[in-house]
Design a binder for this molecule. Sequence first.
Ligand SMILES: Cc1ncc(COP(=O)(O)O)c(C=O)c1O
Length: 439
Amino acid sequence: MQPQPDGAGNQTLKARHARVIPHWVDQMYAEPLELVSGQGVMVTDANGVEYLDFFAGLATTATGHNLPELVEAVTAQLGKIIHSSTLYLIRPMVELAELLVSLTPPMQEKAFFVNSGTEAVDAALLVATSFRRSHQIIAMRHSYHGRSFSAVAVTGNRGYSATNLTPFNVQYAPYAYCYRCPFHLTYPSCDVACARDLDTVIKTQTAGDIAALIIEPIQGVNGFVTPPPEFFPIIREICDRHGILLISDEIQTGFGRTGEALWGIEADGVDADLMVMAKGLGNGIPIAAVLGRADVMDSLTAGSISTFGGNHLASTAALANVNYIAGHDLVGNAAKQGATIREALLGLQRRYPDAIGDVRGKGLMQAIELADADVHRTPRADLAAQIQEACRERGLLVGKGGIDWNVIRLAPPLVVDDSHVGEALRILSEACTHVLAGP
Ligand SMILES: Cc1ncc(COP(=O)(O)O)c(C=O)c1O
């Protein structure tokens, strides 16, 4: 459908956006979409067209759109008090901290609330560097941790690295990207060489006193790159040996999305010194948190406030949302529906082996990487873009990712049922046939 004039001098919303919003605020699709309402797993655009939402507002609306329990809780709170700041006691914030501490592994003892994932990453880096009295950080290649000065500094993705200025001394270690193994080895005979290489990075690229290593349990923006189960125990052991704090960025993997546990890193039997979470915490209401060891969290030597962080409204929303996730076994649902999706994606790969190079992910984080079947596995961003557009034309929203933008990402709300998944897979299959089957 053609974009419609939108008032304001007869311009489209796209043109108005371009005039007043910086050009680097990325949009998806040749004709960007304006979503105006949502119900469960469905969303509706400004032209009244309905879509199955298999990207969930960037893996955020974990419990779906317009969840009655959340709407009721937020509406009731709106009429009482929205905000007071952290200079006052905030009952829902304390209750939310108690809930999150009870739902996370044992090292997560205290919580600090902020407004976005980026801010949570920043807070984690602040407490870690203060505690360790060092500004040396290890981040992973292909990572994404946000858009602020400090988050960009630990992001190993040129597409999101807007500056070479940095508050830290950062070294990048290899991640377990098996499809594009940095050592050209094959799992499991590789003995997870990528994880073991961390020791070499520490010995050859640092002065030893590293404050923290920040890592995603599954690399989200990089297209759901998923390490083998041995990876995190090895990383944890090396961090422990060198006194390095491990920060698990659970912003995409948290709240059960992996279908294995509430937290991505938990599934491999590993706890982190600090965890950051956002997206699924508030289901779209801006709230994020850093949790961690009490001694680390308490280590700041100056006072701090967070004007909005954990305010009455955001904490109330998060409480309703997290209680819903925990009370409705959405982890189990993510596992069940994710298995169906994975099976179908593997079927697509068998059908189009020359275009679908890799199928990966866990639970409701599933992806296909589009690449030629040549020795370089040449990334095919063009195919990913075409498949994404073809899905949209047929009523399905999916995401893209990968350092070369050649990955299709499926990350629907955790409340998807059999019929949503069946219909989404039917559309995806049709879109792949349209794009990949050739003349
Ligand atoms: C793993 C990860 N960390 C951090 C962020 C930054 O979160 P936000 O966009 O809420 O600032 C994101 C956002 O996509 C993310 O995926």
